[in-house]
Ligand binder design. Structure first.
Ligand code: N01
Length: 531
């Protein structure tokens, strides 16, 4: 059997890829990485639209694996901006000397498993080929942008900007008539900033979304001192949590509290800011009655802020329980609609009929535009993998293996694709958790598995099909006990026409998931076949 040149090839140099490279190298493996962007950072390289910042607090959305790194890096704001997070990723790459292992500006287009040698041959769009024993996809959950088929799209003569592919040199929107399609996190974060520059902003909204003020603020010197002092406890709590952040839901059931107390609790959480409003009370994403209370509170907030009653009506989400689509975090989103040059177009009432040379025609009107911003989301969780021509053992192709939706074992192994692992993908806590800790947990576990292979002389490890089926059923059942499947969300694959529907991330909890993975390891990697 011939020996591949590499032990581990990591695809993607975002936070999971960087950590995978680092850990694999530290474990003594021969490693390399391939990254489509010209530098590290993954999603934080591409999503450089105005207003882009993380909705997890910077103190939490950072690596925990290295004490010195944690001590020396200083976050300037409670929620870090895209440039600051990108700078952090660059710092990590330099500090741990990872760049030398990476080929940048190179996208993996195909990978083939050779049954006879138990190796992967991986090809990139730059014409390079890699031969590797193990192939780790750290390609991100929100990295395959979705461009909807808009009628007349090619006729539009103005500038088109994608939030997920914002030009590196920026875009000057001063004095422009800007249309924005999409009111998810990207649209909601960018609209207030675009409105500061543009002559007019027309927001084309198909579905209204819940958004909570981020509550962002600079981190003071005192914050920094406190952060360093409290870090061990903060991290311990995150590792033991359901979502990788140190959050406590209110101890009481919302249904047992009187109305005034309940309102105070919601208000305090709202003022604290951020996505965790979606988990103010226990059972909030499980019990429709608790969820309704949170929805009513959020609706009242929107109506208090937005002056025009019809616009407020349109901005109140009516089609999903709060929190079952990712809650957006904003800085003045709803307030923006009080500005005279900002208009909301409700596409449910007046759908787009066509794009024209100079704007968008709906069933009711023609909106003249110089620039169109598409904040239209991603082929989430699976798109980065299914866009690659990926063929595993015995002719198993990703398109058929995942033809009915993503089937994984523990979210990492895919039956039929031996020696291949997916990080922070479907079947793992992933986007429901703090992604950086989620990546650390999976990579730590995975490197142990690869060391086990190496030490035991195995050249091939593959998830058993029945183990993957049982895990995928479990992922589905746990989601089914919540309100999440009630939303037509990208978690469900509902934003992409023809995509199999099913709740993709594992919602059983971040810490619980880690324990399940460890139990599999302790049971001699039950569910995997080694040869
Ligand atoms: O994408 P989305 P996103 N005509 O899919 C609309 C993370 N993130 O990039 O809902 C008209 O949420 C679509 O409408 P509808 C975060 O996890 C985090 O904003 O399908 N509209 C929707 O409004 C987030 O959840 C941060 O009816 C069309 C929008 O486009 C995830 O990324 C920041 C359309 C897409 O919203 C994705 O967010 C940014 C069409 N044909 C992103 N097609 C933070 O950390 C689509 N839409 C804060």
């Amino acid at each position: 059997m011939s020996t591949p040149r590499l032990d581990v090839l990591v695809v993607g140099a975002g936070f999971s890829g960087l950590y995978a490279l680092y850990k694999a190298r530290e474990a003594g493996f021969r490693v390399a990485g391939v990254e489509a962007a010209p530098t590290v950072g993954g999603t934080w390289y591409w999503n450089r639209y105005p207003g882009a910042r993380c909705d997890v607090e910077s103190l939490d959305y950072s690596y925990s694996f290295d004490e010195a790194l944690q001590r020396e890096w200083r976050w300037s704001e409670r929620y870090a901006t895209q440039p600051e997070i990108l700078a952090y990723a660059e710092h990590v790459a330099d500090r741990f000397d990872l760049r030398g292992h990476l080929e940048f500006s190179s996208r993996v287009v195909s990978a083939r498993f050779r049954d006879d040698t138990a190796t992967w041959t991986v090809s990139t769009d730059t014409g390079r080929q890699y031969s590797t024993r193990f192939l780790v996809f750290a390609t991100g959950s929100l990295s395959a942008p979705h461009q909807p088929g808009l009628p007349g799209f090619d006729d539009f003569a103005g500038e088109v900007l994608f939030t997920a592919r914002w030009p590196e040199q920026g875009a000057d929107l001063t004095g422009k008539r800007v249309g924005v399609i999409g009111t998810g996190s990207s649209g909601i974060q960018s609209v207030p900033i675009i409105a500061e520059q543009a002559a007019s902003v027309t927001v084309f909204q198909r579905s209204a979304n819940y958004s909570v003020p981020a509550g962002n603020r600079p981190l003071t010197d005192a914050d920094q001192v406190r952060a360093q002092r409290d870090y061990p406890q903060r991290r311990r709590k995150s590792w033991a949590s359901t979502a990788g952040s140190p959050h406590d839901a209110h101890p009481d059931s919302a249904l047992e509290l009187d109305e005034d107390t309940r309102r105070e609790v919601f208000e305090a959480r709202w003022q604290q800011g951020g996505v965790l409003f979606g988990k103010t009370f226990p059972q909030q994403t499980i019990d429709e009655r608790v969820n309704r209370l949170a929805r009513d509170f959020a609706e009242a907030k929107i109506r208090t802020i937005v002056r025009d009653p019809r616009t407020a009506d349109d901005l109140v989400p009516s089609d999903h329980p709060i929190g079952t689509k990712r809650i957006c975090t904003d800085s003045g989103y709803f307030e923006t609609f009080n500005l005279p040059h900002v208009t909301l177009v409700n596409l449910r009432r007046e759908p787009i009929t066509t794009l024209t040379g100079d704007g968008i025609r709906t069933s009711d009107a023609h909106y003249e535009l110089d620039t169109l911003v598409l904040a239209t989301g991603f082929d989430a969780m699976t798109g980065a993998l299914t866009r690659i021509d990926l063929e595993g053992a015995r002719g198993n192709h990703i398109s058929t293996v995942w033809g009915n939706g993503p089937s994984t074992y523990l979210g990492m192994g895919i039956p039929g694709l031996p020696n291949l692992f997916s990080l922070t993908g479907p079947g793992s806590p992933s986007v429901l958790a703090n992604m950086i800790l989620a990546a650390e947990q999976q990579v730590n576990w995975l490197i142990d598995l690869l060391l086990h292979c190496a030490e035991s002389g195995f050249t091939q490890v593959e998830s058993r099909r029945d183990a993957a089926e049982a895990w995928t059923r479990h992922v589905d059942e746990v989601a089914g006990a919540t309100l999440f499947p009630k939303a037509a969300s990208w978690y469900m694959g509902a934003n992409i026409a023809g995509k199999p529907q099913g709740f993709m991330p594992y919602i059983g909890g971040f810490a619980a998931y880690g324990q399940l993975c460890d139990a599999v390891r302790d049971a001699d990697y039950r569910g995997f076949v080694f040869t």
